[in-house]
Design a protein around this ligand. Sequence first.
Ligand code: HEM
Length: 322
Amino acid sequence: MNKTKILEKITDLSSKYSATGQDLYSYLDGLLISDYINYWNYINLETLLSIQQPKTDFPDENIFIIYHQITELYFKLCLLELEQINENGRLVLPSGEDKGWNKKINVNLFIEKMIRLNRYFKNLIDSFEIMINGMEKDQFLKFRMALLPSSGFQSAQFRMMELRSTQLSFLTNTKKSLKNPQYKNIYWKSGANEMKTGTKTYTLKQFEKKYDPELIKLSTKMKGKNLLEKYLSLSKKDQANSQLVNLLKEYDYNFNIHWKLAHYKSAAKYLKIKNKRVAATGGTNWEEYLPPRFQKIIFFPNLWSKEERNQWGRKWVESINI
Ligand code: HEM
């Protein structure tokens, strides 16, 4: 390496450290004695591979755990993008200078984030085969008994994505709550209910106890900041951007129809025997609750025609014969 270039770098580094009253010389000493970074430490590989702790000896339980973990990591990727849209995108200059959050979302950034969200969801939908066809049914039916009453229903990240995506009124399922949406009427409170009595299962009660305070806070924080409202805050010209409109619709469809149907297929495959339902995690109402055509959750209803809203979740259901 050319010596003049190295000196230039040292001068730049020196100004960087002296700007915060620090001494580059001590940092150079640290650099001399520090070890090279390696792959396994950087990504915490050993920790990652040690967090699969099956409750039984059935080998396929590992698939079940690992796929849930993979999905939660994808949810985390989605939340990273959603958070940036909610907060208008953090502006970091190429020099590394952090200018904080922008005042307004920019349409190009919005488009880029939506492309990423749809890419993550596409991977999740395509990979759901790992659940639907990738485990032995007999093994699943046995090891799942050791996991009661836990359920993917208790995924807080899934709920965070919903609250970050649309306004509360589109997540609540009573007509009255459209005018005065309240967290207590959120649609998922009608899931994980006892099949026989319609009362809340322990699965739901446990989830509420752990996450309700945090989710209520988030639902308030997202007023005016959720994806839908960020879209509506754009100029009329940007709102009409057909690429953005299509990406938002694709996300709505991926989240509220495609993913939910891929997931529903796995519930139907394992929890139904010859058209009779096997008591799900704690004997829940999953068959009435899970299908998108019953839930009818639409993040951006105004982007769809009346006919499309009426047909929500139906077409695909017919095509996969559920
Ligand atoms: C064989 C695989 C699976 C089966 C049989 C299954 C079964 C179920 C059932 C029956 C429910 C309804 C709630 C309940 O009654 O417990 C549910 C909800 C849910 N599960 Fe799964 N699940 C599977 C895989 C997954 C995976 C891999 C994830 C990823 C995190 C997941 C996430 C969820 C979520 C987010 C809900 C709530 C969905 C909603 O509110 O619309 N599940 N699951």
